[in-house]
Ligand binder design. Sequence first.
Ligand code: PLP
Length: 364
Amino acid sequence: MRPARVIVDLAALRHNYRVAKQCHGGKVFAVIKANAYGHGAVACAKALGAEADAFAVACIEEALELRAAGIQQPILLLEGVFEANELVLVNRHQLWIAVATPEQVAMIECTPVAAPLHVWLKVDSGMHRLGITPSEAADVAKRLQATGKLASLVWMTHFARADEPDEIATQHQTECFDQAMLGQSAAASLSNSAGILAHPRAHREWGRAGIMLYGSSPFAERSAAELGLRPVMRFLSKLISVRDLPAGEAIGYGGTFVTDKPMRVGVVACGYADGYPRHASTGTPVSINGRLSRVIGRVSMDMLAVDLTDLPDATVGSTVELWGEHIPVDAVAKRAGTISYELLCNVKRAAFEWQDGDTPQQAS
Ligand SMILES: *Cc1c(COP(=O)(O)O)cnc(C)c1O
């Protein structure tokens, strides 16, 4: 059997949620879109269950999966509905919706609803992705209220650069949002993980914690450990081959790595088809039986090579941690020229196991 597997530490997830809550001070969404950033949305929602103020997902399919699994907390659709007929399901399953485009405003105006809607009015304060233009936001809020179809209205916006040490862009977005909201008494939600951790002025009533829940840092210059976060996903596989090679031998596709001395080389059953990044360059850290090693040569579809020269105890069957406890996912992401978000979402073909404390919960 293929030895690639993922162990999700649900106690660590809860710990990280508590860090988010404590840092923010108000209510905090647990953002579990994209299958909880690859960690299993239902398992994560159940583990956070009693503590989470609410959950946030990207689309109605993700929300319905949670409802089908018995999750009863509020669930926000961060991008709202894409078609008016989804409003029937929004009502039936008591979902909260973002309203971020003029089309979505029109859908609410034109569609009869069975029960009043909980609407999160998204304002574009500078990211220029989704959101109502700031100068039109108050008007849109008035129009929405005038439909008589709202149970509540909360204002929100999203930061483009809250992870950067230079705070000016986030300050500008916050000021723009405050300006748009002038005279409104509604609650507000501005901050993603980076905002929660670095921008107290933008905390307001609701935060939206994503990546920090999974024990990864949104900042390039501050590690997750420094932020008090614990890794949640351990991505593991095993050595399936070990051999000695003389100096001057090229390893893997393209021969990008050549042994500069006699070396012991291991092959790990994990490649880019499992979600390990193909762009992880020679030197990307891995941990073998708890000891540090490195990727050598190109990552292939099902395998990658590691340097065992200083690890004489490593043998076929030794456990390899691609990321998790010993290897921060952020370190791998950096070497691969990407962010942890992408790596975590991409893991596939591995057997998942969810642990809470020492007890394995489920396996699939
Ligand atoms: C994904 C998402 C978040 C969470 O962002 P992180 O950087 O993972 O904390 C918050 N708000 C919105 C609108 C999102 O789409």
